[in-house]
Write a protein that binds this ligand. Structure first.
Ligand SMILES: Cc1ncc(COP(=O)(O)O)c(C=O)c1O
Length: 379
C-alpha cells in the first residue's frame, strides 16, 4: 500500500458495534471482565486503549515499522528510549540535538549514571572515533534543529551494526513522509508528533517505532511502567491529522523551496540554510536519503538586533516556539527553544544570536513570500 492510502486506513477499521467509519475516542480508564480473569484483551487504560492502538498501528505503518508506541510528548518518547539503557552505558549523540533532549540527557540521565558524548554525527569518522567499549546507543537527529545538518544514516548504521550498537533517529523534522530511517537499517525511530505528524498545533505528543521485537517488548514494558501515555482524545486528534500528512508535507516543501529562493535572491542574508537548496553542503545526501526537504529554513541575520527586527516585522509568520503546523511560525532559537544549550556548545555548532528559524506552513505561497520580502525590506 502507498503512503497516502496507509495514512488514511492503516490501523483503522469500521467500529465493531455500529460500523462507524472513524475510530471512536474510547474514553475509558478500565474494561469490564465478563467473568473473573476473562477480558476481551483490554484490562486497564494505561496499558492499552483502542484509540491509541489504532494510532500506534497507523504510525508504525507510515514508518514501515512493525511496532508503534505513543507517548504524552516527544520528550516522553526520548526519555523512554533513554530508559532502555542502564547505569554505566555510553551514548553518542548528535551535537546539535534539540535543546530539550540535551537538557534531559545532561540534567537527568547523567545523574542515573548514563554517559553522553556530543559528536558532529554528520562526520562519520567523528562518530567512529567516539565509540567506547560501553557505547550502547547512537542517538541521531537528522536534519538537526535548527542547523539542519544531516547525518548519513546508511553509513552510521554500518558502523553501529559492526559494533553491536543500537541506533535511534529523531525523525521529527522530516516526518515519515520524507524519510524512513528503519528502511536504512536504523533500530528505533522517534517523533515529536506535536510537529508535522499532528500538524495542527493543538496536541503535544510523541511516538516511537521499531521493527525489532526485543526492543518493542522493552518499549511496551517501559510505556506501561512509566505511564507517560497520551489521552484517547489526543490520539484521536492525531489520527485525524495523519490522514492528510502527505498532502501537508508536499505543500510545506513547495512553500519552503519558494521562500528559500526569495531569501537567497534578496541578497540581504548572509546564510540561508535549507537542505533543499543546492548551496547546502549536504544537498546530495539530502536527495539520497530523504524524498523531500521539509518546511524548516534557518537564516543567519548576523546580529541579534536584525533577528529581532525581522521576527517583529513578519505578519503571517507568528513568533512562537514549535514547528510543523499548518500555520507559518518564526522562532529565535537562542532565546526560545535552545536556551538550555550552553553558549560555547551553541557557538561551536553555529547557533548564533542572529539565527532565526522559519517553520513554513501551508498558506498560499505568494502571501508567504510577500510577508518575508516585506520583513526583509525592514532590515
Ligand atoms: C526535534 C525534536 N525532538 C523532540 C522534541 C520534543 O517534543 P515535545 O515538545 O513534543 O515534547 C522537539 C520539540 O521541539 C523537537 O523539535
Amino acid at each position: 500500500m502507498k503512503f497516502s492510502t496507509k495514512q488514511i486506513h492503516a490501523g483503522q477499521h469500521p467500529e465493531g458495534v455500529t460500523g462507524a467509519v472513524i475510530t471512536p475516542i474510547f474514553q475509558t480508564s478500565t474494561y469490564s471482565n465478563s467473568k473473573l480473569g476473562e477480558t476481551k484483551g483490554f484490562d486497564y487504560g494505561r496499558t492499552i486503549n483502542p484509540t491509541r492502538t489504532a494510532l500506534e498501528q497507523n504510525l508504525a505503518a507510515l514508518e514501515n515499522g512493525k511496532f508503534g508506541f505513543c507517548f504524552s510528548s516527544g520528550m516522553a518518547a526520548v526519555q523512554t528510549v533513554a530508559m532502555t539503557l542502564k547505569s554505566g552505558d555510553h551514548v553518542i549523540c548528535t551535537s546539535n540535538v534539540y535543546g530539550g533532549t540535551y537538557r534531559l540527557f545532561e540534567q537527568i540521565m547523567v545523574n542515573l549514571g548514563i554517559e553522553f558524548s556530543y559528536v558532529d554525527t554528520s562526520d562519520t569518522n567523528e562518530t567512529l572515533n567516539a565509540i567506547k567499549n560501553n557505547t550502547r546507543l547512537i542517538y541521531i537527529e537528522t536534519p538537526t534543529n535548527p542547523m539542519l545538518q544531516l547525518t548519513d544514516l546508511k553509513a552510521t548504521v554500518g558502523i553501529a551494526k559492526s559494533k553491536g550498537i543500537m541506533t535511534c533517529v529523531d525523525n521529527t523534522f522530516m516526518s515519515p513522509y520524507f524519510q524512513n530511517p528503519l528502511d536504512l537499517g536504523v533500530d528505533i525511530v522517534l517523533h515529536s508528533s506535536t510537529k508535522y505528524i499532528n500538524g495542527h498545533s493543538d496536541v503535544i505528543g510523541g511516538c516511537i517505532i521499531t521493527s525489532d521485537e526485543r526492543i518493542a517488548d522493552r518499549l511496551k514494558f517501559l510505556q506501561n511502567s512509566s505511564g507517560a501515555i497520551p489521552s484517547p482524545f489526543d490520539c484521536w486528534l492525531i489520527l485525524r491529522a495523519t490522514k492528510t500528512l502527505a498532502q501537508r508535507m508536499r505543500c510545506h516543501n513547495e512553500n519552503a523551496l519558494a521562500i528559500c529562493k526569495v531569501l537567497k535572491e534578496s541578497g540581504k542574508i548572509r546564510k540561508v540554510i535549507y537542505p533543499g537548496d543546492e548551496s547546502h553542503p549536504q544537498h546530495e545526501l539530502a536527495k539520497k536519503q530523504m524524498s523531500g526537504f521539509g518546511g524548516i529554513i534557518s537564516v543567519d541575520l548576523d546580529s541579534y538586533d536584525k533577528a529581532v527586527n525581522f521576527c517583529n516585522a513578519l505578519n503571517i509568520f507568528q513568533i512562537a516556539e514549535s514547528l510543523g503546523g499548518v500555520e507559518s511560525l518564526v522562532c529565535h532559537p537562542v532565546s526560545m527553544t535552545h536556551g538550555s544549550v550552553p553558549k560555547d556548545l551553541r557557538e561551536k555548532i553555529g547557533l548564533t544570536d542572529g539565527l532565526v528559524r522559519l517553520s513554513v506552513g501551508i498558506e498560499d505561497e505568494d502571501d508567504l513570500t510577500e510577508d518575508v520580502l516585506r520583513a526583509l525590506s525592514n532590515l
